[in-house]
Design a protein around this ligand. Sequence first.
Ligand SMILES: [Zn+2]
Length: 135
Amino acid sequence: MTPKIVIERVRADGVHVFLTTQGTIQLKGSPDAVAKWTPVVRDRKPELLTHLQGVAANDPAPDPAAQVADRLARGATQAMRSGTVPQGWNQPLLCEGCGAVPWGVAGTAVMCPWCWVRMDGLPVPRITGSGVMWG
Ligand SMILES: [Zn+2]
């Protein structure tokens, strides 16, 4: 299930909280962090769902997850995980989690497709003035 939108991030624990297109809550992060926060989310699920739906409804930004899902559906995931920058991703996206990474359009993001790669312990590229560097 592709998360619909990044709602909140608990930086100290590295947990990302998503409201999915199916209206459920999804956690992504290190196994320890997810294990720690899963019971908290379960206990307060109705309250958290209401909050997340309110935030999503008031988010004026275009749906970045739709763009992500579209690009990932084209096979970018495998390329990203094998150390390749998908074709056409040559613009700097300043991600709060990853730094300046290559993306289809320049911009900023709380989270990006490279975050999934990074959170799984794989290297992510950095885009610099002289090109792309991995590490
Ligand atoms: Zn990122």
